[in-house]
Design a protein around this ligand. Structure first.
Ligand code: FES
Ligand SMILES: [Fe+2]
Length: 350
């Protein structure tokens, strides 16, 4: 049996924002094509995730409210399950019937709350009971960072096209010209140094390009670093003097043709709070522009177009595909993952 499938496994995926999962709440999601119940206990605030399928006869467990003791009750025959996945009660049993609820379990998912985000570990097939060997990505800010705002949109597009669209360096002047005040005429040639990271690559810290007007309001003492990590996590870290602005963009596959994109912003610059409404609006427009172009691309897959990847503007896309392949191969063979990316300076015009 292959440990890998159409989505990369043994990795953390963003499942939601901590604030939206209130104590006593239960929500139902589909992540990587799997039904997942997310809930937060009232008594201790602990969030947990279960496979949203009753082991008895397959009804969704999240169809009911969370019980006061933090367990969930199946709406069909009332079997109860705790955060650890163990069955706590089978109401139909009478004395002498030889079924021990404790031996019945619903699958649990490892969950972490960090920087105001809820991450879920999606294990490879056959390794559901193995504890994660890695931790979810940490926002490059000290302590537990608090999101300033969140923009989330559902892309009617597969994970690969969505992810590649977010790391693509050459689309800016065409796709984002409306708000970037940058027309195809004002493009300049760029050269950016890239280095491999543990599970991806990073565009090394550099001064924003001369035609990136959007950065200018932050002052002149600026550097930007853009990091990409498997499965589909992009972190842009702008350093403005001693302050930081961090944009975390994650793609969570829902199904083969639907991907949830979430952009979470963090910053330490106090005055930037004043610009929040404008930044929010920009983030929403920016994401819509990215969404519309890849949805168009997805729609056009019906004509079976070829993929032509050219140097150097498409090299990040090539790296993404190589990283995915290497991760899947390591999962299937059990070998250590080896990052196929080599340090390189990429040049393009945008
Ligand atoms: S199907 Fe869940 S208790 Fe019967
Ligand atoms: Fe974009």
């Amino acid at each position: 049996m292959q440990a890998s499938d159409q989505f990369l496994r043994d990795l953390w995926y963003l499942a939601g924002h901590a604030k939206t999962l209130k104590p006593g709440a239960i929500t139902r999601r589909v992540l990587l094509g799997e039904p997942v119940l997310l809930a937060r206990r009232k008594q201790d605030g602990q969030a947990f995730a279960l496979r949203d399928v009753c082991p008895h006869r397959g009804v969704p467990l999240a169809a009911r409210e969370l019980n006061a003791d933090g367990t969930v009750t199946c709406p069909y025959h009332g079997w109860r399950f705790g955060a650890d996945g163990a069955c706590a009660a089978i109401p139909s049993l009478v004395e002498g019937q030889d079924v021990d609820p404790k031996n019945i379990r619903v699958r649990t998912y490892s969950l972490r709350e960090q920087d105001g985000l809820i991450w879920i570990y999606m294990p490879a097939k056959g390794r559901e009971a193995v504890a994660p060997k890695i931790e979810p990505p940490k926002v490059p800010l000290p302590g537990d960072a608090v999101p300033k705002f969140i923009e989330r949109q559902m892309f009617k597009c597969d994970l690969d096209r969505t992810t590649v669209g977010l790391m693509d360096p050459a689309h800016g002047p065409y796709v984002h010209k409306a708000w970037f005040w940058r027309s195809p005429k004002s493009t300049i040639a760029k050269a950016k140094a890239y280095e491999p990271t543990t599970r991806g690559f990073t565009m090394m810290p550099h001064k924003p390009s001369a035609n990136s007007t959007a950065y200018k309001v932050l002052g002149t003492d600026l550097t930007t670093e853009i990091k990409f990590e498997l499965p589909s996590i992009r972190t842009e870290h702008i350093r403005a003097g001693k302050h930081s602005i961090v944009g975390l963009t994650t793609c969570t596959p829902i199904s083969e043709t639907e991907t949830e994109v979430t952009h979470t912003m963090y910053w330490t610059l106090p005055w930037l709070g004043l610009a929040k409404p404008a930044l929010r609006a920009f983030a929403s427009i920016f994401m819509r522009q990215d969404r519309e172009i890849v949805e168009l691309q997805q729609e056009w897959t019906r004509y079976d177009p070829r993929q032509m990847l050219i140097p150097d503007a498409d090299v990040p896309a090539i790296w993404y595909h190589k990283l995915k392949k290497a991760w899947a191969a390591a999962l299937d063979s059990g070998a250590e993952f080896a990052n196929p990316v080599e340090p390189q300076t990429l040049r393009w015009r945008s």
